[in-house]
Design a binder for this molecule. Sequence first.
Ligand SMILES: Nc1ncnc2c1ncn2[C@@H]1O[C@H](COP(=O)(O)OP(=O)(O)O)[C@@H](O)[C@H]1O
Ligand SMILES: [Mg+2]
Length: 231
Amino acid sequence: MTPLLRVRHLGFRWPNGGKALEHCNLEISRPGLWMLVGGNGSGKSTLLRLLAGLLQPSSGSLTCSCTPALVFQNPDHQLLLPSCSSDLQLGLPPGLDARERRLAVQQALALVGLAGLEDRPIHSLSGGQKQRLAIAGAVASGASLLLLDEPTALLDPASQEEILALMAQLTRRREQPLTALWVTHRLEELERCDGAALMHNGKAGSWQSGHALRQQLERQLGALPGGGAKR
Ligand SMILES: Nc1ncnc2c1ncn2[C@@H]1O[C@H](COP(=O)(O)OP(=O)(O)O)[C@@H](O)[C@H]1O
Ligand SMILES: [Mg+2]
């Protein structure tokens, strides 16, 4: 079976010569909620930006049979227009008439639990609602691979859980399940994924169970001076 995503010996250097990725390999062969975890500067955000096509690889290859879209940590950096409806309309694929556009917006809002909020000003939404709107926008634009860069980092615990539950549902639904590559620094989130990989020094480790990776990282953190206050 052709993988949905295949990254082979991917390398990326910044213009200042700094290496962000080197011989990075990663493959996703089926839809699901896939998580990446790793220390600061290990290359997670750079990898997502390469997958989204915002950066060009310096070496190696990247093949993707799905349409990617990024979901940022801070939804205020990606929601541009004043109301839910206008923001979603901005990202819709071209060629839809007015009725189809209205319907697409309605469906996208319903998909993320925001049905009926077409005219709500975005500034009046909670952080969790904004993040759900950003996910709706990605899906409405036709993306089937969501690249989420620490999407719950700025949210309260209840909203974190909502976003996690939403992505788990969208990636496991029977019809057209999405693929999500989710960067996290919250080790408890690893329990909810279909597979997790550790990034270190610009390389991704192999997929393993989120539970096993959480335990491994917690053991390592526990062995640090300070007993795990650092990550
Ligand atoms: N705009 C940039 N210019 C130069 N170097 C950068 C830039 N952004 C990130 N880096 C460097 O690239 C490496 C990988 O960073 P990043 O992908 O942001 O890591 P992570 O998301 O895992 O914290 C780090 O060494 C970081 O300092
Ligand atoms: Mg990052």
